[in-house]
Design a protein around this ligand. Structure first.
Ligand code: ZN
Length: 83
């Protein structure tokens, strides 16, 4: 039995660093780090230094952690500590 070789198109996936808009300095420089062991997400802006840590549900996507952080940021007006 001959197997036809399918020419597979390679999907090139760029691993872009996930950067989000900073609510403090309005630059696209927020980086979200997920710590699945402790269900924590670390958020840090490389431009203005805004940072925080939030508790997340397992399998929370970075983008969701980010929006939770932004919500907290606006709710509490916290620029340093987000617990
Ligand atoms: Zn910033």
């Amino acid at each position: 039995m001959g197997r036809r070789r399918k020419k597979e198109e390679k999907i090139i996936r760029k691993t872009l660093p996930e950067l989000f808009l900073c609510p403090n300095c309005a630059k696209n420089s927020i980086k979200v780090t997920i710590d699945p062991k402790n269900n924590l997400a670390g958020i840090r802006c490389s431009a203005c230094g805004l940072h925080g840590r939030i508790t997340i549900e397992p399998n929370t996507a970075p983008v969701d952690a980010y929006s939770m952080f932004v919500d907290k940021y606006y709710e509490e007006g916290v620029t340093q500590k987000v617990a």
